[in-house]
Design a protein around this ligand. Structure first.
Ligand code: UDP
Ligand code: MG
Length: 316
């Protein structure tokens, strides 16, 4: 049996050697045949030369270089497309997902679980914004999609059959954490403590995090659209009451007053319409990106002699 370890890197030239030094002995100790797929997500530093050098001297390492930065989700997709192991483990390149858990993941997999998921016992040191975003986002996501992803992570082991099903998913915009829950199969979890980053900094800006959250929610649920209907119903009910009041005022001769009400109503209705349009716009934007059918990522070069073709979304 063969194990594939998939690691995305973006501007991590200082981190890559540390990660490889830590991961390789652990993989060797498992006694399995293995490959390590290192995806360079369009780094602007020397990450690719570090990856290329490492994979020249060790044939178990495979480097994949994107033509530009496509984001971690795309890097995950590329790695899952290229991996040919019977079990596939995905982890962050900054060792925040402690590789010491790999033997435990393999043990659970051998016990018959198809998906082994890492659950964070603490969220490590995070910025206030990142924490707030996580709380709001996971709450909304659970309500809308029915999947509880609180403390979930991308540190996962997937069985070959799960990866094969993943590769059949047609969407351009993926959300690995959510979609892997959606895929189902026999699942189990293990907990891990988020380690401190050793080198470099987190690549997530508050804006990127917010975009990821919005993308994940609109990708999983059409429920926000129902809110527009709900908002309309609430407003209609309110306007019925106001209509009665206005008519009464009219018939008893006080029709000229109520200017404040008019202004407030205008502001309220205007704001609601804008928000509703924005929401509908988000879904249209998703349709727009999906319908273009562009590839999820573009590989500029790889150190593997025969790269696997990414699936063509238009065939489906
Ligand atoms: N990463 C990536 N592409 C990006 C951003 C990040 O491949 O556009 C990689 C990064 O190199 C790291 C992993 O994704 O291996 C997690 O990123 P990071 O540590 O910045 O995220 P955090 O731990 O803060 O969630
Ligand atoms: Mg990290």
């Amino acid at each position: 049996m063969k194990l594939s370890l998939l690691i995305p890197f973006y501007n991590e030239e200082r981190q890559i050697p540390l990660t490889l030094q830590t991961v390789l002995p652990i993989l060797e100790a498992t006694g399995c045949d293995f490959e390590v797929l290192l995806v360079d997500d369009g780094s602007r530093d020397g990450s690719w030369s570090v990856i290329a050098d490492a994979s020249r001297s060790d044939e178990r390492l495979v480097g994949i270089r994107f033509s530009r930065n496509f984001g971690k989700e795309a890097a995950i997709c590329a790695a899952l497309d290229q991996a040919d192991g019977d079990a596939v483990i995905l982890m962050d390149g900054d060792l925040q997902h402690p590789p010491q858990h790999i033997p435990e993941m393999l043990r659970l997999w051998r016990e018959g679980y198809d998906v082994v998921e890492g659950v964070k016992t603490s969220r490590g040191s995070e910025s206030f914004f990142s924490r707030l975003n996580a709380t709001v986002f996971y709450g909304l996501f659970r309500r809308f999609s029915g999947y509880d992803l609180r403390n979930a992570s991308d540190f996962k082991l997937l069985d070959r059959k799960v990866v094969d099903q993943w590769r059949l998913l047609g969407e351009h915009d993926t959300f690995f954490r959510g979609l892997s829950a959606w895929l189902g199969f026999k699942r189990t979890t293990f907990s891990f403590e988020v380690a401190e980053r050793q080198a470099g900094t987190s690549k997530w800006s508050p804006f990127k995090l917010l975009a990821l959250s919005l993308n994940a929610i609109t990708g999983f649920s059409a429920m926000p659209l129902q809110f527009i209907t709900l908002m309309g119903i609430v407003m209609l009910a309110g306007s019925l009451i106001l209509a009665v009041q206005t008519l009464v005022n009219f018939f008893i001769g006080h029709a000229a007053t109520g200017f404040t009400t008019v202004i407030l109503l205008l502001l309220l209705i205007g704001g609601s319409i804008m928000i509703s349009l924005g929401l509908i716009g988000m879904y249209i934007a998703r349709i727009f990106t999906e319908v273009k059918g562009r590839p999820r990522y573009i590989v500029a070069e790889t150190t593997r002699p025969q790269a696997v073709e990414p699936p063509d979304c238009r065939d489906r």
